[in-house]
Design a protein around this ligand. Structure first.
Ligand code: MN
Length: 246
C-alpha cells in the first residue's frame, strides 16, 4: 500500500529572506521595469528578491507585508510634493503618482508589520515624506551648491559623506565616498528619524528610524557600488541579517 507523506525539507534557498522590491515605472513605455543591480545585490547578500506589482489595494499590501521578510524601496522619479503637503515649484519635476501611491501604501503595511525596510535614493525621500518630513524639490533651485547628480559611470564615488550613529558603527569609519544621482533631498527630517550621514553641503544622506526593528535609508546607490565597494556589501548584508531574524 502506498503511503504518502507530506514533508517539507528545509533547503538553504527557502531559508533565504524574501525581499519585496518596490518596482520601477517607465513613463515612456508605460510599463513596470527593474534594474538588475537591485536584484543581484539582494541575491549576492543571501536574499531572494520579489518585485511587487502596481495597483494593489491596502489589503494586498498587508498580505505582502505578512509574506515578505523585508522591503527595498528603490530609486526613481521625484516624489510629488502632495505626499508631504507642499505646492509644486515651477519646472523640472518628473513625478510618478503610481509609485507615490504604491509606495506609501506598502510602507504603511510594512511599518505596521514591523518588517525591515531599506530605502535607496528616492526610497529615502519617499520614506521621509510619508513619515511627515519634507523635501527639496529641486536641489539646484532650493539648495544651490555642489552638484549631486553625477554622470555615468555610476559605480564610482562622487562626493564624501560624514557618518554618524549606527552606520558609522557598522562600517567602522567616520567618512565614506559615495556616488550621487539625486535631484531631490531631505529638507526637514520626519519625526522619529535620526540622521546617519551628511554630505559636505549639509544634506542628510542617510537616516534610521530607531522605533522600527530595522528602517535604514541612504541617499546614494549602494547597488551600483556593490561589486567594487565593501561598505555597500556590508550595508546590504546588514539589511539581510535583519530580515533573516523574522
Ligand atoms: Mn549626494
Amino acid at each position: 500500500m502506498m503511503k504518502t507523506t507530506q514533508c517539507s525539507i528545509p533547503t538553504k534557498e527557502n531559508e533565504r529572506p524574501l525581499i519585496a522590491v518596490l518596482p520601477l515605472w517607465d513613463l515612456e513605455r508605460n510599463s513596470l521595469w527593474m534594474l538588475s543591480e537591485y536584484m543581484s545585490a539582494i541575491q549576492a547578500s543571501g536574499g531572494t528578491p520579489l518585485v511587487l506589482p502596481f495597483d494593489i489595494s491596502a489589503h494586498e499590501a498587508e498580505r505582502f507585508a505578512r509574506l515578505c521578510d523585508g522591503f527595498l524601496f528603490t530609486g526613481g522619479q521625484d516624489v510629488h510634493p502632495s505626499v508631504y503637503g507642499a505646492q509644486e515649484i515651477p519646472g523640472g519635476l518628473v513625478t510618478c503618482p503610481k509609485r507615490d501611491y504604491l509606495e506609501t501604501t506598502v510602507l504603511q503595511a510594512a511599518l505596521a508589520a514591523d518588517k525591515p525596510i531599506l530605502g535607496i535614493c528616492r526610497g529615502l525621500q519617499l520614506i521621509n515624506a510619508a513619515l511627515g518630513g519634507s523635501l527639496y524639490q529641486d536641489i539646484p533651485t532650493e539648495h544651490p551648491g555642489p552638484v549631486h547628480r553625477q554622470g555615468k559611470p555610476y559605480d564610482v564615488p562622487f562626493h564624501t559623506v560624514t557618518l554618524e550613529g549606527s552606520l558609522a558603527d557598522l562600517l567602522g569609519q567616520k567618512t565614506l565616498p559615495v556616488n550621487s544621482l539625486h535631484h531631490q533631498a531631505v529638507k526637514t527630517l520626519a519625526p522619529g528619524l535620526v540622521p546617519m550621514a551628511f554630505s559636505p553641503d549639509g544634506l542628510v544622506e542617510a537616516f534610521e528610524r530607531p522605533a522600527s526593528r530595522f528602517l535604514w535609508a541612504v541617499q546614494w546607490h549602494p547597488e551600483y557600488l556593490f561589486k567594487v565597494d565593501a561598505s555597500s556589501r556590508m550595508l546590504f548584508r546588514h539589511f539581510m541579517d535583519s530580515c533573516a531574524k523574522s
